[in-house]
Write a protein that binds this ligand. Structure first.
Ligand SMILES: [Zn+2]
Length: 279
């Protein structure tokens, strides 16, 4: 019973915390002034939020802990001791730098390689940006992203517990850059990531740019920085994709001919039961 209450309390408390932090920011500094709290597809994104907390989060964490154990077994201990002999600020800088470098290229590949885009496009089907939209992510896409972000830390010999704070910070940051917020940070937007840059990443074109996450320096360095100084008109993808949770979960992993059933899930569902009743 106690475990059950904890399982239920975690998403409820996180949900309330995120509402308390992000909704006032979205009201005071909105990017799209007329966007309502319950905007279209809000409940679809709520399904993703609940799915992450109640099902997929635990599996992703379990896989991460497996990767962590795997790397602690194969990386020479002398290399990890050398890393640990450096001043702590240098270790932190190295972890953040390499994880940003890895995730920049991993994210760019998600947009370039069709097999990776198959899963990543679920995240890009959001047509409205806010704090909740950031949760729309296929679990295999989350596993890929979180695995690669933490790879440098695992290679350098940090335990999962010691980087829990960094993982939590990255989670909150991901929510912030999706939120319906515009803060005028001036020249700092070339150093620190922002909703403005990430919203342009969610513009309709698959290869628009801004693949970096915490700092756009990688985008500037590798020529993919985009900041036109106006608001993107639309978000989403050009391709057709189901707008229901089951379809978004299953289409990326099913062969095309089965996946097609989920494009109009309600229609097939209804016709199946109507035919069933007729029989
Ligand atoms: Zn992307």
């Amino acid at each position: 019973m106690k475990d059950f209450l904890i399982i239920i309390a975690a998403p409820v408390l996180s949900f309330l915390f995120l509402i308390l932090v992000f909704v006032p920011m979205e009201k005071v500094f909105p990017a799209k002034k007329n966007q309502k709290f319950f905007r279209p597809d809000w409940f679809l994104d709520l399904c993703f939020f609940l799915g992450q907390y109640l099902i997929w989060g635990g599996l992703v964490y379990g896989a991460l802990s497996y990767f962590n154990d795997f790397f602690s077994g194969v990386i020479p201990i002398s290399f990890q001791n050398m890393i640990k002999s450096q001043p702590i600020f240098l270790q932190i800088f190295e972890v953040l730098f390499f994880s940003d470098f890895f995730i920049y290229w991993a994210h760019r590949l998600q947009h370039k390689v069709d097999f990776l885009w198959r899963f990543h496009k679920v995240h890009h089907t959001s047509e409205h940006m806010d704090w909740l939209a950031s949760h729309r992510e296929h679990p295999l896409d989350s596993l890929y992203t979180i695995g690669i972000i933490n790879l440098p830390a695992f290679i350098m010999g940090f335990s999962l517990e010691s980087i829990a704070g960094v993982i939590a910070f990255r989670g909150i940051w991901a929510i912030y850059i999706h939120s319906n917020v515009r803060l005028n940070i001036g020249f700092l937007k070339k150093i620190i990531g922002s909703p403005e840059l990430h919203h342009w990443h969610h513009y309709l074109d698959r290869d628009v740019g801004n693949y970096a996450n915490i700092s756009p320096l990688m985008d500037i360095f590798f020529g993919t920085y985009v900041c036109p100084g106006k608001e993107p008109e639309k978000f989403g993808i050009h391709e057709k994709f189901p707008k229901n949770y089951l379809g978004q979960m299953l289409v990326p992993i099913l062969p095309k001919k089965f996946g097609n059933y989920f494009f109009n899930f309600k229609k097939y569902f209804k016709s199946f039961f109507l035919n069933f009743e007729k029989k």
